[in-house]
Ligand binder design. Structure first.
Ligand SMILES: [Mn+2]
Length: 214
């Protein structure tokens, strides 16, 4: 049994499936997807439905899941394109109001961070950034879902996040996982591969630190 993390799938169903084959993901393994399965690419809702059905896959809330949830709650039964990413709106339009309601329930129950252990090490998983101790309410959500970690930030325990394509920190092509002290960013920009040279989907196996790319 192995523990894997991915992030920022952004509707990229094809590379997600390719990665599952690459790592030979099995029912005995565990996968954590650290937010932003939806928007930009064409299959975000398909990904959400698939992930929801898997016993051994856990999705954390990303800022794009939060925006989707807010749109669904604001629209009720009458979908309004202004609330959604165009690709996501196209998928949502194919769902019944009841199915959209079930999707909103799923999204509203997603964790915003998780503490897990793998390979004898503990990890703090969060979409964007940990928050300073004592941060609460809207400000806490701002950190967890939106804030870009600075190369100068230091954390007292291992943190794994996505949200910021690693091209922000380093000029490796193709993009590679970025490790800086206790901080690891695994968003290698699969959503931007058409405009960002070297964009790809990364997967990290926590048991031994091995990196996979497709
Ligand atoms: Mn994000």
């Amino acid at each position: 049994m192995a523990v894997y993390v991915m992030s920022d799938l952004h509707g990229d169903w094809a590379h997600f499936r390719l990665m599952l084959m690459r790592i030979r993901f099995s029912s005995r393994d565990q996968l954590y997807i650290i937010g932003d399965a939806v928007d930009r690419g064409p299959h975000g809702i398909r990904l959400l439905h698939y992930i929801q059905k898997q016993q051994n896959m856990t999705l954390l809330l990303g800022n794009h899941e939060l925006m989707l949830l807010e749109g669904l709650q604001a629209c009720g039964d009458a979908l309004d394109a202004d609330w959604f990413d165009p690709a996501t709106f196209a998928e949502l339009s194919q769902l019944s109001p009841a199915a959209r309601g079930e999707l909103a329930s799923y999204l509203s129950a997603l964790p915003v961070f998780l503490n897990i252990s793998a390979g004898g090490q503990s990890y703090f998983l969060v979409h964007a950034s940990p928050a300073p101790p004592g941060t609460e309410g809207e400000q806490l959500l701002e950190y967890l879902l939106w804030t870009r970690v600075s190369p100068d930030d230091r954390f007292s325990r291992p943190v794994i996040a996505g949200h910021t394509p690693t091209a922000y920190y380093q000029s490796k092509t193709p993009l590679r996982i970025w490790r800086n002290g206790n901080f690891t960013d695994i968003d290698c920009g699969t959503a931007f591969r058409s405009v960002l040279p070297g964009g790809c989907l990364a997967c990290l196996r926590l048991d031994d630190g091995r990196e996979f790319y497709v």
